[in-house]
Design a protein around this ligand. Sequence first.
Ligand code: ASP
Length: 328
Amino acid sequence: MTSQRILVLGTGGTIAGAGSERTGSAYRPGGLALGSLVAHLAELGLDAELIAQEIARIGSQDIGFAEWQALHAACTAAMADPAVGGIVITHGTDTAEETGLLLDLTLPTIKPVVLVGAMRPADAVGTDGMRNFANAVKVARDGQAAGRGVMLVMGDAVLAARDARKAATTSIDAFRSYPRGPLARVTPSSLDWFGPPHRIGESARYPFPAELPRVAILTAGAGMDEQPVEALLGIGARGIVLAGMGQGNAPASVIAALARAAASGVPVVRASRVDEGMVDRDVEVGDAALGLIAARALGPAKARVLLMVLIASGITDPVRVQAAFDAG
Ligand code: ASP
């Protein structure tokens, strides 16, 4: 078991959501201050000292560079503080996978970093937030939690941030893990890891970006033409992620326009608009010949985060970008 002092970084989201209806039919994410949330948590009698630090009180649909920078700085300081055993970040579920992957790519693995959210607001009947939070603290305090990268705790499961994605808009069991399954199952009375930590002592894979380049997601649709690609280049997109049909497909004119973008130095990653599955190289689209990159297991939202980090690190060559997507 690690130090019992846990830094709790609040960003808002439904876990801190408050509304006028006890059913949670309408509410404001981040309506509850982190201090009130943590006070409720103190009543749970968790065996941990919670140090609260509010980064933001927003719905995670509004999260962006400023909040990510503040989170990264707070995590970096906590990593260096011997009194802190682990970090829990309360976060909206809409973009938890994006924040999770960004931090996973840019933080060392020496202390556990656990994102946690909720699907029902804090003051609604049947709220899941307190249980998720208790579970997250249990994970952050556990001696086997470090060395696994950033994690997300939802629905009694511990998911690797790189594998996690929101797959349902309202159900409590909203998150899936792909291509690997959950790292552990957690309840207030148990924590079972399914394997040993596989990233012990890793330093940050990439520096935290000084700024985020404009990377756009373009969703493919039947019968579309190439003009949206031209429009994205026209507003200065430095990278494009295709949320393609099936294994990252799009009409021939769109693929041709994306290949022209790639040839002009704008990296293009083919992901899928399908909920789950691999997008592999050179299956229906000739990536090698066209200079395109296959997203492999990453869906469009996470592919965009990885591509932003790579471009910010000066990595735009398709071979090197592909290697980063292959790294898993
Ligand atoms: N829109 C909310 C958010 O992402 C939803 C949630 O937290 O579940 O902040």
